[in-house]
Write a protein that binds this ligand. Structure first.
Ligand code: PHE
Length: 328
């Protein structure tokens, strides 16, 4: 009987079959149990030996069940390990990493240059008022110079800043000279949009005020920026022009090799000049001089990286973002 039991138990294919076998052998009406029940019918002198034998049988069967159970469990775990095996040598799924927009990269590059030159980087509000955007910058009311800055007005009489120059006024009002600051930021003009004009663009403004700041310092600052951006030997040019908040005023250009055409030419960048006495007066400064310059980033980014339509910088097209990731 033991041999038969062992053979069945050892060949039970899974836990469920084993459980059925356990009932068949050791259950209330199982074969081993039935054998035990026969003990009662035996003569007392036979019962002892038969009892010992059946108990030994029962123990052997129980032990076989336990062994088989452990074996099946181990096999199940092994099968699961096989089934759920992870191949750590397979290439992973790379999460798409974000990247800075081309303009942000250009902006960082520029602010890095000026930080190196000892300038503080500050930012100001995009929603401005007439006082900071025009009046304190020496644009009298009704002055035609206002027409050069097509302005978005809000219904409550405020405006979207048309340049970063209002931060000149805010910074000077809150600080004492000497100082050197640059102001990167978004500006707005009510323009007809085309490939080179957007109603929103970015400027970088520089303002340096101190006791004997001269136009030569301004020239040096612009040249230092040009050299940092475009390499040693880069030349700059100033040509007289008018902005109400500087006197004398100029526009500045950088002599560079166009990265796409390979041609050497002047890249007109922006405006500059010595801070007008009326601006100093508006912020209560005396006995100081200073210079300021400001220019648009889009143009510089477009010619440098070969973007022919300014609107591509604002469409949010992922292909454009990908194309210019990490270039500047
Ligand atoms: N704010 C002027 C503009 O947007 C540029 C400028 C800045 C000119 C500083 C002179 C000095 O056109």
């Amino acid at each position: 009987m033991l041999e038969e039991a062992l053979a069945e138990i050892r060949s039970a294919p899974d836990a469920r079959a084993l459980q059925l076998l356990r009932v068949a052998w050791l259950g209330r009406k199982g074969r081993v149990t039935e054998r035990l029940k026969t003990l009662g019918g035996l003569a007392p002198e036979e019962r002892r030996a038969a009892g010992a034998e059946i108990n030994a049988l029962k123990q052997a069967v129980e032990q076989a069940f336990d062994e088989r159970e452990r074996a099946l469990e181990a096999a199940a775990v092994q099968a699961q390990l096989e089934r759920e095996r992870v191949d750590v040598t397979l290439p992973g799924l790379r999460p798409a990493a974000g990247a800075h927009h081309l303009l942000t990269q250009v902006m960082h590059k520029l602010t890095d240059v000026f930080r190196t030159l000892g300038y503080e980087v500050v930012v100001g509000p995009e929603l401005e008022d007439d006082h900071h955007n025009f009046e304190a910058l020496n644009f009298p009311p009704e002055h035609p110079a206002r027409d050069t800055q097509d302005t978005f007005w809000t219904t409550d009489g405020r405006l979207l800043r048309t340049h970063t120059s209002p931060m000149q006024v805010r910074y000077m009002r809150d600080h004492r000279p000497p100082f050197k600051v640059v102001v990167p930021g978004k500006v707005f003009r009510n323009e007809a949009v085309d490939t080179t004009h957007e109603a929103q663009f970015h400027q970088l403004e520089a303002l340096v005020v101190g006791e004997r700041i001269t136009m030569a310092d301004m020239r040096g600052a612009i040249e230092a920026m040009a050299v940092a951006l475009f390499g040693p030997g880069t030349r700059t040019r100033l040509q007289p022009t008018f902005f109400p908040f500087v006197e004398p005023g100029a526009e500045f250009a950088i002599w560079w090799t166009h990265p796409k055409t390979g041609k050497e030419e002047w890249l007109e960048l922006g405006g500059c000049g010595m801070v007008h006495p009326n601006v100093f007066r508006a912020v209560g400064y005396e006995d100081v001089t200073g210079f300021a310059f400001g220019f648009g980033l889009e143009r510089m980014a477009m010619v440098t990286y070969g973007v022919s339509d300014i609107r591509d910088l604002y469409r949010g097209d992922v292909r454009v973002l990908r194309q210019f990731r990490g270039v500047a």
